[in-house]
Write a protein that binds this ligand. Sequence first.
Ligand SMILES: *[C@@H]1O[C@H](CO)[C@@H](O)[C@H](O)[C@H]1NC(C)=O
Ligand SMILES: *[C@@H]1O[C@H](CO)[C@@H](O)[C@H](O)[C@H]1NC(C)=O
Length: 272
Amino acid sequence: AATDWKNSNWECLDSPIIVMPPKNHKSKPSSIFLDLLKIVVILALIANFGCCATAETKTDEVTFEPMSCEWMQHCSKKKEGTPPLLIISSDGFAHDYLNEEDTPNILKIAECGSQAEHLIPSFPVKTFSNHYTIATGLYPSNNGVVDNRFWTTEGAEFDQTNGSFFNGEPIWNTVVKNGKVAKVMMWMGSYDSINGIAATFHHNKYSKVSSIEKLENVTDWLISDSPPDLAMVYIQDPDEAGHHYGPGTKEVRDSTKKVDRHIRYIFEKLHK
Ligand SMILES: *[C@@H]1O[C@H](CO)[C@@H](O)[C@H](O)[C@H]1NC(C)=O
Ligand SMILES: *[C@@H]1O[C@H](CO)[C@@H](O)[C@H](O)[C@H]1NC(C)=O
């Protein structure tokens, strides 16, 4: 189908959108790449990456009108060529955090697009391991990232900014190898080149930046005159609140709501 893409026009949100996980079921993380989807919202039930308290106000005070599927799929700006793929990972987002009150927008995206019936994380259920599993389709035992923190048998401590610790081919490298553009916002494995190839745009290290700043910049890539073919963004909410306060607390619900509003905000921006 690759040859057809070049000549086809696309509207920014006119094809399936997928929300993962919820519901109770099992699938391989890599299966998300088997479908040609434009937006993949991965609500990752991944633990142990507590960090980064930052003030975020932009979307917190805004009340958005409910989205309709028609509005979500409408796009005023037509572009030529391959539609971009946007992958958002929201860390520590347990499947039962989804409900009408806290996450109406994510549920609406699922309703208008599609929703995975099931997903199981790879072992160990750690942020670094699983994010690199999503990027490569390889289990941690093969992708090299066997924990958030570990030492090699030679005694070298894992350094996420050193590409030599990472095995396999992350999806952004596949994109680059095919002559396309991949921009990655702080996804595990993206900070250095791997086997001599790196994402077209990436940061050199993780830094404590608010979720909304990351999402804003990624949305700016997409609405620019030359959007990337692949955009990936990792956001640390609501994992941090989950570590500090635990599921069911006001803090976790506030953080979950914030993610939902941020994602809504992306849609608003894409429609401008
Ligand atoms: C990356 O890690 C490898 C293996 O531990 C090490 O040999 C190399 O010096 C490291 N590179 C940098 C730039 O730190
Ligand atoms: C977002 O974009 C602004 C403006 O270009 C830049 O200053 C900032 O560093 C970017 N933030 C991230 C996390 O990339």
